[in-house]
Design a binder for this molecule. Structure first.
Ligand code: BES
Ligand code: MN
Ligand code: ZN
Length: 495
């Protein structure tokens, strides 16, 4: 969908529908009165009958019969003003954009009052675009004849002056950039394992770096061997697909800047390896690179928005397969930093590849490192598909993550990474083992990672519940959510 800003009057707008936002507790705002006057009192009559109350995620279509240029006015409920916030705006925008599409409309026009908050306008732009997302790349036939040609092609935002226009245009561009990064993450995550191998993910990263003006380095297998990325190689050794280690760098112009590193788990398919997963739902493990997808999506946005902080995006990527050369339970491997790991379960592979990645990251002397990983099924038991589990070693960084998450409504919930959990990952034969003691699985994962996230402030986000399978949102589909992109961008911009 194309979004443009124009100066004009909604009464003359050439469009399939004019949208009039309505607050439940203000049925007399200026725009509504103007629309009502144009329709000779029909809107107030409609409201007086109680047919439309302005509740959030409700809409009503009125036919204008030539009273204005557009054939329809759609009343869009926003709820009570005191309860309005950015997330309500997103939910309402997503609901309305989908509804307009499902009605078969091609174009909509939305008058934007001059007092509209910037963050709400951006929220509306992002959610409208994200709500229309579909992953249909592998369909050669339409599901349903009815659905043919249903695509909302344009949204025009109407303002009253040049000043408003240029400021809203800036917001629209930001919103589009952020939505595009989220859509990139969704597309990558939704891609089946045979269409997105580690090699293909690395190629995609190079392409993104090229267009977003980032530096990109990819380590192939011989380089990984030479540099000692033994845990990444260990996980990869059961697959014919070669692992890759991807480094994306964004450096702002000018003097010294803080460095922030974003680290993503990129398992393009997780069979569990020799500790094979059971068959039911295994196909969902195509999404096991959602952390990597979020990092790549965020780096794309960061390259375009150019914040005043240096950002390093790091992705460790491989398949986890049970080939005859695969790692076995009981094997011991040495991580990049030199610590030894006893692999008690080959299905706890994400933390293995992150051990190398987190060790590598220290050389950038980052002021903050955030890793995103679909690490444990246990986090779904704990928080459902509602929030990511957040664990870390630095309160100030945790606060920053929470603030960003709050703003973008990609919720996080802090779990207590007390030292007591270190006991669970002690090994009899190596420095650490990879499964914990069978309790508090999400914290066992984090306690393991903590051993490798040394020398910098660190927060781990376990996104196994939020990377896909989220429900009840108008702008997030049930497949890949793109979780984390907006949060990371917000964090970096507020740094
Ligand atoms: N990728 C999975 C975690 C996962 C499970 C994500 C379900 C989303 C839905 C991860 O690699 C894994 O298999 N974790 C194991 C760890 C265990 C063996 C200690 C798990 O959670 O069962
Ligand atoms: Mn696994
Ligand atoms: Zn996994």
């Amino acid at each position: 969908m194309n979004i443009t800003v124009e100066i004009g009057d909604f009464r003359q707008a050439e469009t399939d529908a004019v949208l009039i936002p309505i607050l439940e507790d203000d049925l007399h705002n200026e725009l509504l009165l103007a629309a009502d006057a144009a329709l000779e009192g029909r809107i107030q009559a409609f409201l007086n009958l109680g047919d439309f109350k302005g509740k959030p995620k409700t809409t009503s279509v009125l036919y204008t019969n030539g009273a204005i240029t557009a054939p329809r006015i759609i009343l869009v409920g926003l709820g009570i003003y005191a309860e309005l916030n950015a997330e309500k705006v997103r939910q309402v925008s997503g609901h309305t954009a989908r509804q307009a599409r499902d009605m078969g409309l091609k174009s909509i026009t939305v008058p934007i009052p001059p007092e509209t908050q910037e963050d709400w306008a951006q929220a509306a732009v992002e959610a409208s675009l994200l709500s229309l997302y579909e992953f249909k790349q592998h369909k050669t036939q339409k599901d349903d004849k009815e659905d043919e040609d249903k695509s909302l092609e344009s949204m025009t935002l109407l303002v009253g002056s040049e000043v408003e226009k240029s400021s809203l245009e800036r917001i629209v561009e930001r919103g589009e950039t952020i939505a595009n990064g989220t859509i990139l993450a969704r597309d990558l995550s939704n891609q089946p394992g045979n269409h997105l191998t580690p090699t293909q993910l690395a190629e995609k990263a190079e392409e993104v770096a090229e267009t977003a003006g980032l530096n990109c380095t990819v380590f192939d297998k011989p380089t990984l061997e030479e540099k000692g990325f033994r845990t990444l190689l260990a996980v990869a050794q059961g697959s014919v697909e070669e692992p890759k280690f991807i480094i994306l760098e964004y450096t702002p112009e000018g003097e010294e800047h803080d460095t922030v590193a974003l680290v993503g788990k990129g398992i393009t398919f997780d069979t569990g390896g020799i500790s094979l997963k059971s068959g039911s739902g295994m196909h969902e493990m195509k999404h096991d690179m959602s952390g990597a997808a979020a990092v790549l999506g965020a780096m794309q946005v960061i390259g375009h928005l150019k914040p005043a902080v240096r950002v390093i995006g790091i992705i460790a990527t491989t398949e986890n397969m049970p080939g005859s050369t695969a790692i076995k339970p009981g094997d011991v491997v040495t991580s990049y930093g030199g610590k030894t790991i006893e692999i008690l379960n080959t299905d706890a592979e994400g933390r293995l590849i992150l051990a190398d990645a987190l060790g590598w990251t220290a050389q950038y002397e980052p002021k903050g490192v955030i890793d995103l990983a679909t690490l444990t099924g246990a986090v779904i038991t704990c928080l459902g598909h509602i929030a990511a589990g957040a664990m870390g070693t630095d309160d100030a960084l945790m606060e920053k993550v929470k603030k960003a998450a709050d703003k973008t409504h990609e919720r996080v919930w802090e779990l207590p990474l007390w030292d007591d959990y270190d006991e669970g990952v002690k090994s009899k034969v190596a420095d650490v083992q990879n499964i914990g003691d069978g309790t508090a699985g999400t914290l066992a994962g984090a306690a393991f990672l903590k051993k490798f996230a040394e020398g910098y402030p660190w927060v781990h986000l376990d996104i196994a519940g939020t990377a896909w399978g989220m429900k009840n949102s108008t702008y997030i589909p049930e497949g890949a959510s793109g979780y984390g992109v907006r949060l990371l961008v917000q964090l970096v911009e507020d740094w």
